[in-house]
Design a binder for this molecule. Structure first.
Ligand code: TXA
Ligand code: MG
Length: 365
């Protein structure tokens, strides 16, 4: 693997924008956006905010840019990138043919946290698709992301802007932590709105299949399509027998340095069990963090208690999750005990990430 020059001077620009308007970049930030667009057009890398997580962008149709992305992230090059577009019609520039389902879903959810996998056109390099004949495409719902694509005059390939194996970045400081010195620029658009990566739906299968759960649920997709949507059996499996179809879903992701265990069950029993485990670990000289909610945070005896927000506020839980996992690393704890978050709407997406972070260690009480 080629290692990207780590001594690079990474520029970090704060971008002011109007959240209600896809063209709403403030005039004092226009210059920065222009410079960022030129960097992408020159084959350089720029990290930028989207509504889900920060992305690490490069020219999607330029194989060298894709190689730089893999090198900067330390990511295996068989793990394909998502192409970000600024107009629905740009789907035609990368898709061999646009399936009718893609049109329906784009109308309903773009710009937004939905990625569609379709058969690729020859123009899309294998460096971007990790050697696959299919390509993942999404139109993000963030004025900075959309303006960067427009200013560059390119389509932008972007994975999450973290070092491979670390939690996805939900603020510019996380990107700087992981990628400073390795990329040309970071556009700081503040904290992201959603906090977990887009839902991925594969439209090249007989039946549309969710490869990665996210904010847009299988029910929402199925309602728009008027047909059944299945979930990749590989992401539900807790053992290694069934492999997920999205290459990125097979890697052990988001793992904090500490050993992490999820405790699942009725509230009072969970609190009791986590406190028992905490006391035991502390007696062995280990520092403990607990991942809790506003309702339960006062009930724990751990060294550090981190709150994901109110339990009924699923959006808040999703927004806080990755930052909390990063905090656990910074706080140098050795054990993490977490409550379970099987919430009604996006619980599946949240638990998919949390279970990976915990290496599927769950205690049911
Ligand atoms: O919300 C998001 O999707 C963020 C923001 C930056 O847009 N991006 C993101 O990218 O999460 P990344 O690279 O971290 O995750 C992309 C996932 C990986 O699991 C990858 O394997 C899968 O998408 N993927 C990409 N192209 C694919 C394809 N052609 N077939 C199946 N899976 C694909
Ligand atoms: Mg990622």
């Amino acid at each position: 693997m080629v290692y990207y020059n780590q001594g690079m001077n990474t520029k970090i620009y704060k971008i002011n924008y109007d959240n209600r308007d896809a063209f709403g970049i403030a005039s004092d930030s226009e210059e920065y956006m222009k410079e960022a667009g030129e960097l992408i057009a020159d084959g350089e890398l720029v990290a930028f905010p989207t509504e889900t997580v920060y992305g690490l962008g490069g020219d999607a149709l330029h194989p060298e840019a894709a190689k730089k992305i893999y090198a900067a992230k330390g990511r295996p090059s068989d793990n394909p990138l998502i192409i970000h577009i600024a107009e629905i019609s740009d789907l035609e520039r990368v898709a061999r043919e646009v399936p009718p389902q893609a049109r329906l879903l784009a109308e309903a959810f773009w710009p937004g946290p939905l990625t569609m996998v379709v058969w690729k056109k020859d123009e899309v390099p294998y460096a971007t698709t990790g050697g696959l004949e299919t390509v993942a495409v999404r139109m993000p719902n963030h004025p900075v992301a959309l303006e960067l694509i427009r200013k560059s005059g390119k389509l932008i390939a972007a994975p999450s802007a973290n070092t491979s194996g670390r939690p996805s970045p939900t603020e510019a400081a996380h990107v700087a932590e992981d990628l400073s010195g390795r990329i040309a620029m970071i556009l700081d658009g503040g904290s992201v709105g959603i906090g977990i990566e887009s839902t991925i739906i594969d439209l090249t299968e007989q039946t549309p299949m969710v490869l990665r759960p996210g904010y847009i649920t299988p029910q929402m997709l199925s309602e728009v399509l008027g047909e059944e949507v299945i979930i990749d059996p590989g992401i539900l499996a807790t053992d290694d027998t069934t492999k997920p179809k999205a290459p990125g879903m097979k890697y052990k992701h988001y793992a904090p340095k500490a050993d992490m265990v999820i405790v699942d069950g009725e509230k009072s029993v969970v609190i009791e069990e986590i406190n028992r485990l905490t006391t035991e670990a502390q007696a062995a000289g280990r520092k403990v963090a607990v991942i809790a909610t506003e309702e339960t945070r006062e009930s724990y005896c751990a060294d550090i208690v981190l709150s994901m927000g109110k339990r009924e506020d699923e959006d808040s839980i999703a927004q806080h999750m990755y930052k909390i996992l990063r905090d656990c690393d910074d706080l140098d704890v050795q054990e993490i005990y977490s409550e379970s978050f099987q919430t009604p709407r996006i619980g599946q997406a949240i638990m998919n990430r949390l279970l990976k972070a915990a290496g599927h260690q769950v205690i049911h009480v």
